[in-house]
Design a protein around this ligand. Structure first.
Ligand SMILES: Nc1ncnc2c1ncn2[C@@H]1O[C@H](COP(=O)(O)OP(=O)(O)O)[C@@H](O)[C@H]1O
Ligand SMILES: [Mg+2]
Length: 244
């Protein structure tokens, strides 16, 4: 069974159809990258996977569970095995970097303070934020805030991680380093992930599979190098001129 599976998912907001029969699956340990124009429904897809939105029609399964059918309690259990990097970092601005990152460990988990300290320091090192523990989010640049969000998504070493535009707002060097971190985690921990990105270099570094999404459906999918070289006019239009 695939770790993540969507079958014929439809979702509208009022008269606006966002997902129109979307299907895809991600096997355990695999990394799927989703690319698509702004406003095409990429964040909406991730929110279905974590149970923040329910489909109007179709099935959403994560780690063998039908997400829309879970009770509140079952959903919070499932979410313990999932990490989510929000598109906007969604940090709590009255809490220090340390406390923001420690939050998932303190919420309903039996985690000793010494272990929390160790884990937080480990992930902060991973995103190159050692020494920023006591800062407040507003004292950090956008890129640093993004990396705090990333550290928070990783701190529980979840089995499934959803990354919503992890490279957005970062300079090219930091963006490359975040992509490499995502890839390394997947290889070291066997994490299954879905990454939404606008960056072709992020897609190449992170993805085992790349799916290009438009108007509620996937228009092409496959190994990133193949998809990025696709001659399909709609894919070229979205990705721009061929790279490499
Ligand atoms: N909770 C919501 N209520 C109403 N409309 C929404 C909601 N969430 C997303 N939308 C709409 O769905 C469309 C897709 O949004 P989104 O998934 O955020 O796009 P993107 O691909 O840029 O991540 C947008 O037009 C957005 O306005
Ligand atoms: Mg989005």
């Amino acid at each position: 069974m695939a770790t993540i599976e969507l079958r014929d998912v439809h979702k509208s907001f009022g008269a606006q159809k966002v997902l129109e029969g979307l299907s895809f699956s991600v096997e355990q340990g695999q990394s799927l990258v989703l690319m698509g124009p702004s406003g095409s429904g990429k964040s909406v897809i991730l929110k279905h996977l974590i149970g923040l939105l329910k489909p109007d029609h179709g099935e959403v399964e994560v780690m063998g569970k039908s997400v829309p059918e879970l009770s509140g309690h079952e959903l919070s259990l499932l979410r313990k095995d999932m990490g989510y990097l929000f598109q906007h970092s969604a940090l709590l601005n009255w809490m220090s970097v340390f406390d923001n990152v420690a939050l998932p460990l303190r919420e309903g988990r039996d985690c000793a303070e010494s272990e929390i300290r160790e884990r937080v320091q480990k992930v902060l090192a991973l995103v190159m934020l050692e020494g920023a523990e006591l800062k407040l989010p507003e004292q950090l640049s956008g890129g640093m805030q993004k990396r705090v969000g990333l550290a928070r998504a990783l701190v529980t070493e979840p089995k499934v991680i959803l990354y919503d535009e992890p490279e957005a707002g970062l300079d090219p060097e930091m963006s490359a380093s975040i992509s490499a971190t995502i890839r390394r985690l997947q290889e070291e921990l066997g994490t299954t992930s879905v990454t939404v990105t606008h960056s072709t270099s992020c897609a190449k570094t992170v993805g085992d599979l790349l799916a290009v999404f438009e108007k509620g459906r996937i228009i092409v999918s496959g190994p990133p190098a193949e998809v990025l070289a696709s001659e399909l006019p709609r894919v070229r239009e979205f990705l721009g001129t061929p790279i490499d």
